[in-house]
Structure formats: C-alpha cells, structure tokens
Write a protein that binds this ligand. Structure first.
Ligand SMILES: Nc1ncnc2c1ncn2[C@@H]1O[C@H](COP(=O)(O)OP(=O)(O)OP(=O)(O)O)[C@@H](O)[C@H]1O
Ligand SMILES: [Mg+2]
Length: 257
C-alpha cells in the first residue's frame, strides 16, 4: 500500500441531492495528527461532507482517500470513529448503562476480547476516563444530562482506538462553561492520544486556540488554513461568509488552562 501522512485527501468533490448541489469542488487534505474544525452556516453541507467521508452517501464526483486508500476500496472502518449530530437523544427510560453503551463501540473488535472480560472492562474504563465520565460506569444513560451523554458517545467512539475521530457538532445544547472543558478534552485526545480530529462546530469564537486548522464551508470551501491564519481571516470576512454579523471573541494563544 502507498505510504502517506495524510489521513484524508479529498479532491474536487461535488455532491447533489436531487436538484440541489450542496458541495462543489471541495479540495481538502487532513494530515495525520491534526485537529481540523469545519465551520459554516446551517445547510452549508457540513454533515453531507462528513457523510461523504464516512461512505454514508455515494461518491458522485471527485475522489476521497482514507489513509491513502480510495474510499471505494477502504475496508478498515474501525480506524474511524464518528459521533453524529443527533447522538444525545436518549430519554430517561432507555434501558442501557454507560458501560453497555461504551461497550457497544467494541462490537467490531469483540472477537478479540471474547475471552478477556477483564481486558474489555479496562478498555471501557480507559475510554470513559479520557472524557471524565468513569464515575458514571453503571449509571443509566438516560439519567445523564445532554452534555454528559455526549461525552459517553465520544467514549464509545474512542474505545475501539480509532486513528481518526469525526464529530458533528458535539456541543449543541452544552453550556458555555462546559464547552470549554469539552474542547480541552478534545485537545487532550488529539495531543496525548495522537488521534486526528475533524470537528464540525458553530463555536467560531472559541475553537481557534484549540484546533490546528480551520475550514469554512458553504457549498464551496471558502477558507482552509491554520488556526493562526484563520484568526487573521476572521471578523469582516467571516461575517460576510455567514451572511450576518458575527461576534468573534478575540483571545490570546498564550493562556493556560
Ligand atoms: N437527505 C437529504 N435529501 C435532500 N436534501 C438534503 C438531505 N440532507 C440534507 N439536505 C440538504 O442539503 C443541504 C446541506 O445539508 P447538511 O445537513 O449537509 O448541512 P449542515 O451544514 O450540516 O447544516 P446544519 O448546520 O444545520 O447541521 C441543506 O440544504 C439540506 O436541506
Ligand atoms: Mg449538520
């Protein structure tokens, strides 16, 4: 197999639903170890782009390579974790514990652990530790807050030890204070575990000191560059891109936790 440092390479990707083109001429390269934020207004094609990367919608035009392999030939899906936009929707009656939910992320690799219950549990606890939820191991998933449930879903996608983790707006409904801890947690997952992250978010003002790269999508890729370049691009350009004025919080890159 061809050697590559790029986890994802997209060339000239376009996608249309019936008579509406939602992605056009997208070029995007995501190097291994990077943390990319994708921002864009509602309906700008962010989820469709993620679905294309995950092979959930058919490739119509252009090409996508995952770990150097064309998506049509790619089989190693356990290398990619995904937390969808509507993951946190369990009600209080849902009969599954946090342990069971996170364990379900191991299904693809379960053959390996069938005779190693202890190993299995250890992996679940480790995944929960990396999202700060290990204390809730036997709690019913439906009895957790939305933000806590979202963390459990991230643990579920981490338990199979992916090389690439894709998150579609994981902070919807999460309060401002928790959003910060949430991004710190993602930063740790990226830096300490070396997992490449792609994050769709609306938190334009808070992400650029956490991520390494930013992409602004609105059918076309209007901007793609380092977080530093994004900070310079910000304000008027970004407001224009979003089609309304936008308050971008200025921050310095030197602050601690
Ligand atoms: N299954 C579908 N069939 C037809 N049109 C769709 C379908 N899914 C999405 N669309 C349309 O494609 C466009 C892009 O949708 P998409 O979900 O990718 O946007 P998004 O950037 O993720 O938006 P949001 O920020 O609201 O999540 C929208 O206009 C949407 O109405
Ligand atoms: Mg979406």
């Amino acid at each position: 197999m061809k050697k590559t440092n790029s986890v994802l390479t997209i060339k000239d990707l376009s996608y249309r639903y019936d008579n509406q083109t939602v992605l056009e001429n997208i070029h995007l390269v995501v190097p291994s170890g990077s943390f990319l934020a994708i921002v864009g207004p509602n309906g700008s094609g962010k989820t469709t782009l993620l679905k294309s990367i995950l092979g959930l919608v058919k490739l119509q035009k252009g090409s996508i390579e995952l770990f150097g392999t064309p998506i049509s030939k790619f089989k190693d899906w356990t290398r990619i974790g995904f937390v969808s936009q509507k993951a946190n929707s369990f009600n209080s009656g849902f009969p599954a514990t946090v342990f069971e939910v996170v364990s379900s992320g191991l299904t693809a690799k379960l053959g390996l652990f069938r005779f190693f219950k202890h190993e299995h549990k250890k992996k679940v606890i480790e995944a929960l530790q990396s999202v700060g939820m290990e204390k809730f191991l036997y709690r019913n998933i439906g009895e957790l807050s939305g933000g806590q449930q979202q963390r459990v879903f991230i643990a579920r996608s981490l338990v199979s030890e992916p090389d690439l983790l894709i998150l579609d707006e994981p902070t919807v409904g999460v309060d401002a204070q928790t959003v910060q801890t949430f991004y710190n947690m993602l930063e740790d997952i990226n830096k300490k575990k070396g997992i490449t992250l792609i994050l769709v978010t609306h938190d334009v003002g808070t992400i650029s000191d956490k991520v390494s790269h930013v992409a602004c999508l609105n059918k076309h890729l209007h901007f793609h560059g380092s977080a530093k370049e994004f900070d310079m691009f910000a304000d008027p350009d970004l407001s224009q891109f979003y089609g309304h004025s936008l308050q971008v919080i200025t921050h310095d890159h030197s602050h601690g936790r």
